[in-house]
Design a protein around this ligand. Sequence first.
Ligand SMILES: [Zn+2]
Ligand SMILES: [Zn+2]
Length: 356
Amino acid sequence: MQMRCYCVTHHGQPLELVQRETPQPKGTEVLVRVKAAGLCHSDLHIWEGYYDLGGGKKLSLADRGIKLPLTLSHEICGEVVAVGPEAGPEAGDVKAGTMAVVHPWIGCGECTACLRGEENICTKPQSLGVMRDGGFADYVIVPHPRYLVDLGSLDPVQAAPLACAGVTTYSAIKKFGSRIHEDPVVIIGAGGLGMMAIEVLKALGAKGAIVVDVDAAKREAALKEGALAAIDARAPDAVEQVVKATGGGARAVLDLVGATPTVKLALDACTRGGHVVIVGLMGGDITLSLPIIPMRPLRIEGSYVGTLPELRELVALMREGKMQPSPVSSRPLGEINAALEALAQGKVVGRQIMVP
Ligand SMILES: [Zn+2]
Ligand SMILES: [Zn+2]
């Protein structure tokens, strides 16, 4: 039986429709029929083929071991259709017919990070849609049933973003600890991740979000979603506005863009003891006077996607009705190249979810 996949065959060129034999699950593998696959900003970087390190330097994806052709999408929801012969009792309740969201941040299973349960920071990652084929296809192979989180009656289109946008913002916000209950969190970037971050803060009973974005439509959407304030990142007094909105300077800033001007804004808007978590991979570099770090004192931390237990916590929050889905728009899988183009132009509010 044949299946469709949309692959990156050449960086920067439209994704190519390839017909392939539907794989059969071997060993502990599980075959999942894709019901919904989200299009993420990092898919854009993989498609382009590099990350911008600033100062004219680029980190090529080939250097990270990413090989083409590759089927993108790491935000996958689908139905279990077949389980490999060794998925056995460990497969638990993963039976044919189970609707699940797939944890895509898979490690080697052997290194110290994997053994600690932090497969997301494995040094030999096997992530779906990055190192292995992902969800812009009719079917996807998942290496082990433990990476499937049962959706219950949740809508796969609404749940798909949990696998990246959800777990990434959840893991980053958890790094702020109890201060989310004491002070508003400043969120830079109101795209798919920004909307999700607002929902996560609401689900965790946080004080609230102050959103910063260059785009008026995205600021409007953030306010509708419940943000306390929305500030234009390009306003000449953007820093002063954040300081005012936070009542004297931010204690928690989540930078979902990760570009030179946004990280500068994040650091400038912090009060003493401020904590900046950088998630975005837009790229660039900054020059920072070192005495500032101990004297303010500042905490600058990176956060990369999230762990399987964090995804399970997040799905539980949504299944229990404590968290609302963030805005999504579903499109037929065949429109993937138009969706990619719209995302590249920054014209998308919320998440685009492709449906095979
Ligand atoms: Zn992603
Ligand atoms: Zn590992």
